[in-house]
Design a protein around this ligand. Structure first.
Ligand SMILES: Nc1ncnc2c1ncn2[C@@H]1O[C@H](COP(=O)(O)OP(=O)(O)OP(=O)(O)O)[C@@H](O)[C@H]1O
Length: 519
């Protein structure tokens, strides 16, 4: 009997060791194509051709011919996706995964067109093992799920934050960096947000706590444009989109308007001038193509609509005002305050790096906007010169807050291969490591943005996005070279923004008393 138990124990130990060996040699890799999530096992250091082979096995060989690009998800809350195009990208990816202790990689696959018309596009002799594909790319005819199919609920990797966060599907919401934050002011609303899980409801809750005295009054430094959204006790300065004086001044979405000239193009869509026929005002409108989106994306659009309706209530002289959102068959249209000077990115492209004097002025104004967002428990998530917009008087405001993550999901796009400069280089290390997405991440991005203003590019500007994010997580200090005449104070300010440990990184309020901006 004892002998039998001994033999059984030995077999069990051997089995255990074998399983462990197996675990070390392979890893689970997850794929998502048009909402179809599948997974397979690949060797620990697989090659680009292994990756393509797996995609072919899981989705059918014609998929490869239609594939536009393969993106890897780099942060656990889906804020950063980067293209994987060769073995070099994969090598960087493995290195980042190793540093971050990631065992599961997720790849997003995007087809050239959302509407798949495979029969006309594909050679007829191709071996198709995936059944017919419908307009939304879903496999309708397959009798049983294809190999590697995962249950749909698993679409987004669950956040595994070391601290409490607000609802995971929120856009630019607050995540406390420190455990103290959870129990300090606003803890009850954090809890209520977590329990409701309804982004619009939750944000309303939060905004109700915004006090009117936090709003700054219109100053002479602000644009003289009649569309400026500054609040003031004097209602004569109110935007035409404001409601009556005794409401919270939530701007109305224009209902009768004409499309004007194109102002610019970003990763997710085009921005146009928009003329409100009823009151003669000009706004900016961002049009994001959504024709042919699948049901997962429809859900993201709904969330974004809810969030923008909340952001409409944010009202500060350093924040570009949102005027609402509208959905048509073809586009999601976001109405915003028109900033006649365009972005600081364009300013740099047209006129070169900024002087320290101007950088200081912009930094001060960006800090004011950030402090307001952070006090109200929002995170911008995408601070960079392309999202700092200028009015006609040469003052700046923060634009595009809170929408980046949602737009990545809606357009299944990333910014690195869209002709725009992307976001990877401005991303804080804690985001790439998947630890937390808090206010301090905006401070890191601010540091990168100041480097961008002074040198025309962020730290590690010469690197490809995936190599840049590898260096962000592995290097002790970001790599950049400021012009020789940049002052010691400016250098210190940038260094403190780029403190790798987010717990030691200063807040926007701390920085607002730094001598660089107080002088
Ligand atoms: N509110 C606005 N007023 C005036 N022009 C704007 C406004 N918002 C955007 N633009 C113009 O449109 C361009 C594209 O803006 P968009 O926000 O789509 O992309 P981006 O921020 O430049 O890049 P990315 O998509 O990578 O964030 C800007 O560079 C700017 O010139």
């Amino acid at each position: 009997m004892a002998k039998q138990a001994e033999v059984l124990a030995k077999i069990e130990a051997n089995l255990h060791r074998a399983i462990q060996r197996q675990d070390l040699a392979t890893q689970t890799v997850k794929f998502e194509l048009d909402g179809q999530v599948r997974a397979c096992c690949l060797p620990k250091s697989f090659t680009y051709s292994d990756l393509l082979k797996s995609i072919e096995d899981l989705y059918g060989n014609r998929t490869l011919l239609e594939l536009y690009n393969i993106h890897c998800l780099f942060s656990r809350d889906d804020a950063l996706r980067l293209p994987i195009t060769n073995d070099e990208d994969l090598k960087n990816l493995f290195a980042i995964a190793k540093v971050n202790g990631l065992n599961k990689l997720t790849f997003f696959l995007k087809k050239e067109t959302t509407k798949t018309n495979s029969s006309s596009k594909m050679p007829t002799n191709l071996n198709d093992d995936s059944g017919t594909v419908s307009d939304d790319g879903h496999n309708r005819d397959a009798e049983s799920p294809p190999p590697g199919t995962l249950v749909p609920q698993k679409r987004h990797p669950k956040l595994n934050l070391s601290h409490k966060s607000t609802a995971s599907h929120d856009g630019g919401v607050y995540t406390p960096e420190l455990i103290d934050d959870i129990f300090s002011n606003g803890s009850s609303s954090v809890n209520s947000r977590e329990s409701s899980g309804n982004s619009e409801q939750d944000c309303k809750c939060r905004l109700r706590t915004m006090s009117n005295n936090k709003r700054t009054s219109t100053s002479s430094s602000v644009s003289g444009s009649s569309y400026s959204s500054q609040t003031n006790s004097n209602d004569s300065n109110r935007t035409p989109y404001s409601r009556s004086a005794n409401t919270d001044r939530i701007p109305q979405t224009p209902s009768n308007w004409k499309l004007g000239r194109q102002l610019g193009q970003g990763a997710f869509g085009k921005v146009f001038l928009c003329y409100d026929v009823d009151n003669g005002c000009e706004l900016a409108i961002k049009q994001i193509p959504i024709r042919g989106i699948n049901s997962d994306t429809t859900r993201e659009v709904k969330f974004l609509e809810g969030e923008i309706n909340i952001y409409r209530q944010l009202d500060h002289e350093r924040i570009v005002r949102y005027y609402g959102v509208e959905q048509t068959e073809d586009y999601l249209q976001i109405f915003m305050e028109y900033m006649a000077g365009g972005s600081v990115r364009e300013q740099i492209l047209n006129y070169g790096a900024l002087t320290e004097q101007l950088t200081k002025k912009y930094t001060k104004q960006i800090l004011n906007g950030l402090a307001y967002l952070h006090e109200n428990r929002y995170i911008h998530r995408d601070i960079k010169c392309a999202n700092i917009l200028r009015d006609i008087s040469g003052n700046v405001k923060l634009g595009d807050f809170g929408t980046s993550k949602r737009l990545i999901a809606i357009t299944n796009n990333n910014q690195a291969n869209s002709g725009t400069i992307g976001t990877a280089h401005w991303t804080a290390p804690e985001i790439i490591q998947g630890n937390i997405f808090g206010r301090k991440a905006d401070i890191w991005s601010l540091g990168c943005t100041i480097v961008e203003m002074l040198t025309t590019g962020p730290p590690w500007q010469h690197l490809q996005p995936i190599a840049a994010i590898f260096h962000i997580v592995t290097s002790d200090k970001p790599e950049y070279e400021l012009p020789k005449n940049v002052s010691k104070l400016a250098r210190e300010f940038i260094q403190s923004c780029l403190t790798k440990d987010y717990q030691r990184r200063p807040t926007a309020t701390d920085l607002s008393i730094h001598p660089f901006v107080c002088d």
